[in-house]
Design a protein around this ligand. Structure first.
Ligand code: PTJ
Length: 271
């Protein structure tokens, strides 16, 4: 038991607490901060994500499922797919991201906005513990994206530098735009459909990465039996602008319902 006044550790979140699941996930982030995996600003980013997750009802919506299918098709069609991992991703879904990397054959690259050697090592350790064999973006062999001033410009010559498709779960908008300028297809996972990342990516999955990464693994396994032509057709049919509009509309409709019927709607009644 933690002493009075101390932060409770995740196992001490009471199971009957109406927000137990959300609190446990939040503690993955605060534990990640203690282990130097998560940047301080990562706490704020997580809080923003939680707020948007409320708005969508804390479920993987139909438009998000369509985006997941398109994203997984793009990963399978890619010649050199890469999964970019930052602090929040490594803290929230270390095992799941390693599994996704294994099934999709997309390599993991550590790419940090607040890059320090200490954090680089902490993320590498977390991913190794989760079973990762190969991790790019660590050590000395790095190059830079020229038109990006943040430390996200530091990339691996064998990873993002070479990639044709990059999955960027939980991102800041600048790099998405820089990656696009460099001719790469960008898949974003972002709970905020209005963010610059969401708006600029080729495929945006508006979902919580905690739900989305395991679903992506299942989808990759399912799509692996499809032909190249089928995968190309899935991609061709997908329209990111339309998908984002559907998400924004879904939030609006949900709130109109809420205003009409009161707050007795799953996900909101627990507020
Ligand atoms: O680990 P570093 O150094 O690379 O730093 C990472 C942070 C998160 C600090 C950096 O990328 C950042 O500042 O991000 P932003 O600009 O705050 O954007 C984060 C976006 O992710 C916001 O639009 C949030 O809504 C969204 N988000 C937060 N948590 C989740 C999420 N999207 C999906 N799943 C989540 N769990």
């Amino acid at each position: 038991m933690s002493k009075l006044g101390e932060e409770p550790i995740p196992s001490e979140v009471p199971e009957d607490h109406p927000r137990a699941h959300s609190l446990k996930i939040r503690h993955r982030i605060t534990d990640g901060l203690d282990k130097k995996i998560v940047a301080k600003a990562g706490l704020i980013a997580h809080g923003r994500g939680e707020a948007f997750d409320y708005l969508i009802g804390e479920i993987t919506t139909e438009p998000a499922k369509e985006a997941i299918e398109a994203a997984c098709s793009a990963l399978l069609l890619a010649k050199h797919p890469i999964i970019s991992v930052n602090g929040n991703v490594a803290a929230l879904t270390p095992h799941e991201i390693v599994e996704l990397s294994n099934v999709s054959e997309a390599k993991l690259e550590i790419n940090l906005f607040y890059r320090t050697k200490e954090r680089e090592d902490a993320l590498e350790k977390a991913l190794r513990v989760a079973g990762a064999k190969e991790i790019l973006g660590v050590g000395l062999k790095k190059i830079e994206i020229h038109d990006l001033s943040s430390k996200r410009r530091i990339i691996d010559p064998e990873g993002i530098a070479k990639a044709d498709v990059v999955l960027v779960p939980l991102e800041d908008g600048d790099r998405t735009e820089a990656l696009k300028r460099a001719g790469k297809k960008v898949i974003a996972i972002d709970l905020n459909p209005l963010s610059r990342t969401a708006q600029h990516a080729d495929i945006t999955i508006v979902d919580n990465l905690v739900r989305c990464i395991p679903l992506m693994k299942d989808e990759i396994i399912k799509l692996k039996s499809k032909s190249k032509k089928d995968l190309e057709l899935i991609l061709k049919k997908f329209d990111n602008k339309h998908n984002l509009s559907s998400m924004i509309e879904l939030i609006g409709t949900r709130f109109l319902d809420l205003a009409k019927k009161g707050i007795n709607i799953p996900g909101i009644k627990e507020l």
